[in-house]
Design a protein. Structure first.
Length: 299
């Protein structure tokens, strides 16, 4: 696919990487950078597709976040192979080398883009059968539903549950079970075989559109304006860990992968106490933390 969004329509994987501001672009076999929220952007990011062509919800990016790229892919990508979504600084560890004993998200200041492109190409050289790759669930200190009520607007969650009960009652038990648990599939990141992708997308965007319609009179600013993206993470958690997926795709076992965060600015700017805390949380390797601290001191 070129930067204009044209696709060969084949069976190869297409993993979108969402960008919203200038940043080193990661592209290559299977990897497709996309400018999210381009309909409302003052500057078009070069060398990538935009989420504002064809059937799109690009203008709603402040609410839907990276899901505007998800929606664009669902409606506009003709490929029959796996479809995925990652972030410009959050990527799946497809090799599994970094998974063991670490938090669901690990900072990796020394990122080798060429090696990563090769790993992705090798992983999806011959995809076959039903596939669902999602982030390894993090363990929150609170149940998922209570966590949302503490950090966001609790009314949003009540409306979401009502919408699911009315429009998708078969999914309601999975959602309620997920909200009672503290396991959290974060980031709205995934790679799915095309049938699974279409199945999940139809469920997700129907729920979110109706929830948004019922909440449209509730104004919010800044961080809380991203409520649909936050709610979608709860839907993804329920989908990946629940029975609705297994009934629809018998035999499919989700594949959980760690996330590598390649934003070097965070460890580079962190003070000693925060770096120590990240080490204790197993979100950064001690050697990486030492190199980040040493680089900051020497710089």
């Amino acid at each position: 696919m070129d930067s204009g969004g044209r696709d060969d329509g084949g069976g190869g994987a297409r993993i979108l990487i969402a960008y919203h501001a200038p940043h080193p672009v990661l592209a290559g076999p299977c990897l497709m950078p996309i400018h999210v929220g381009r309909a409302g952007a003052g500057t078009v990011l070069p060398d990538m597709a935009g989420d504002d062509t064809g059937d799109n919800i690009s203008a709603l990016n402040p609410e839907y976040c990276e899901l505007t790229a998800h929606y664009w892919a669902w409606k506009n990508l003709p490929c029959t192979g796996p479809v995925g979504l990652m972030h410009y600084r959050r990527l799946f560890d497809f090799t599994g080398r970094l998974n063991a004993h670490f938090h669901a998200e690990r900072y990796l200041p020394d990122f080798d883009a060429a090696a990563y492109r090769a790993d992705v190409a090798a992983r999806f050289a011959s995809p076959a059968g039903p596939l669902l790759i999602v982030p390894r669930p993090a363990r929150l200190s609170l149940p998922l539903g209570l966590h949302y009520r503490v950090f966001h607007h609790g009314h949003d969650l009540a409306v979401l549950r009502a919408v699911v009960a009315e429009r998708h009652p078969h999914f309601r038990p999975d959602l309620d079970r997920a909200l009672r648990s503290n396991r959290f599939v974060m980031g709205n990141m995934f790679v799915m075989s095309r049938p699974v992708f279409d199945h999940y997308s139809a469920l997700l965007f129907d729920i979110l559109a109706e929830t948004r319609a019922r909440l449209k009179m509730h104004e919010r600013d800044g961080y809380q304006r991203r409520y649909l993206g936050f709610l979608a993470e709860r839907i993804m958690t329920a989908y990946a860990l629940g029975n609705h997926l297994r009934r629809s795709f018998p035999g499919l076992v989700p594949e959980f992968r760690g996330i590598v965060n390649i934003d070097r600015r965070i460890p580079a700017r962190a003070g000693a106490l925060r770096l120590a805390r990240l080490c204790l949380q197993r979100r950064i390797a001690p050697g990486d933390a030492w190199r980040a601290a040493k680089g900051r001191i020497e710089g």
